[in-house]
Every structure is written in C-alpha cells, then in structure tokens.
Design a protein around this ligand. Sequence first.
Ligand code: IPE
Ligand code: IPE
Ligand code: MG
Length: 254
Amino acid sequence: MQADLSEQQTIDKSHYPKHIAIIMDGNGRWAQKRHLPRVMGHPAGVKAVKRVVKFCAEEDIQVLTLFAFSSENWRRPQEEVSKLMGLFMATMQKEVNRLDKNNIRLRFIGERHEFSEKLQQKMADSEQQTENNTGLTLVIAANYGGHRDLTLAMQTIAQQVKEGKVAPEEIDEAMIANTLSIPDLPDPDLFIRTGGEKRISNFLLWQLAYAEFHFTQKLWPDFNAATMQEAIDDFLTRERRFGRTSAQVQNKPE
Ligand code: IPE
Ligand code: IPE
Ligand code: MG
C-alpha cells in the first residue's frame, strides 16, 4: 500500500494536457445494447460526465470541453431532442452548486438563443455563479458547430472592416482566433472521441489544428477514470512537433 502511494505522488504531471476536448459519443448504442430505448443512454452519459469532471478536477487539468449537443443534433427525432433539453436543465439544476463548491468554472459555447428562455437563463446564471472559480474550467458545447463558429467570426470581422476599424490586410490568425468562441483558453492538446467513430463532426475545427487525437471504441456511458487515464497515457507517448523535426524537438543533432 505504502509503496503504491509514494509511486502515485511521484507521477510527473507537467506534460499532462492542459485542455482536453471530448466528443461524448455512443449513448444511443449503449442503451440499445441493453435493449433499452436509445434515449435511456443519455442519463447514463451524464453519470460519465460526472466521473470525468471529477477526474479532471483532481488531476489539475485546466480546461475540459465536452460536446453535449451539436448544431446538427436538432435533426434527431423530436422526442430525443426534447428529452435531451430536459436532461440539460435537470442536470444543471442538480449539479451547478456542486461544481461551484468544487471551484469549477462553468462556461457554454454554441448558439444559446435557440434554446428555451428558461434554459438560457439557467446557463447565464450558472456561468455567473461560477465565474470567479479558479479550478477546472468546464466548457459545455451546446448547439455548437465549428462551421458556425467560424462563420460568426467572419461576420464580426467583416463588420469591423465595413466600419473602417480594421483593414483587410490586418486580419491575421490571432484576430480570427480571438473572434472565435473561448479565445482566452488554450487550444485543446488532447481530443478524445468515444464510441468508435473517427471523425470531428463539426467540433472545434480551428482550435483542434494541433491536438493529439485519441479514438476509443468505449461507449461514452462506460467511460471512467481508468479510460481517461488510458487516453492521457496515450497522449504522453506522442511527440508534438508542430512542424519541426524530431531531432529539433529533442534538441539533438540532425
Ligand atoms: C452522443 O451519443 C450524445 C449526443 C449526441 C447528444 P449518441 O446519442 O450520438 O449515441 P450513438 O452514437 O447514437 O450511439
Ligand atoms: C457528435 O456526435 C455530437 C455530440 C457528441 C454532441 P454525433 O453522434 O451527433 O455525431 P455523428 O452524427 O455520428 O457524426
Ligand atoms: Mg453518435
């Protein structure tokens, strides 16, 4: 026991990802495997969210971004969409105080004006309640789409050009990044998708440019601290070169 404990304490976490972004996929299939209606997978998915948030808070991860509802998910059957909306509301009502107590800051990205007034109010209130917290920043992507994020940024910049505040040649990468959602947070270092699909599904297209990708067959409701640790261990094996050579990154002669 004692040996295990001291081993734990010496784990070097300085190379851990600062920002982890997750596509939480596979809720429907998880339920169907149990001969349940697919919507039953979503409450099971909320339990996995709680486990993963706890893990990230305990491991001092700075930012966790979770894809909860994409701008394309409105295309699902009406019954599933309304169950999901009810679940968002109920989960926030139950969990925000606990997040706050744990020093977690909650933020939302995506087009919230398409949600009900009541849900929008709850989102704004919970952001305000937790805004001074200094632990984990938990970003929930709700009605989020990467194309839409980029489109809105282009509209904002175009308006500034029209008003003569910005010259077209002044538009640079930093300006675009600063006009997108979450400009103040570091880009994701680690992207995880559960459920076996190997695609981005219109998640953070710009911000994922240099993220390391980890795909797992595990269905989201089965995700837990051990599978999170597996993803981090996989991340730690990667050499992040950002265009340089391996020798350059390792400070060795070519
Ligand atoms: C992800 O699980 C949750 C949401 C998109 C809201 P799915 O509902 O997509 O589960 P599968 O992919 O159908 O199994
Ligand atoms: C992506 O999952 C969106 C969320 C997890 C919220 P989907 O299940 O909607 O993605 P596709 O449709 O299979 O690409
Ligand atoms: Mg899916």
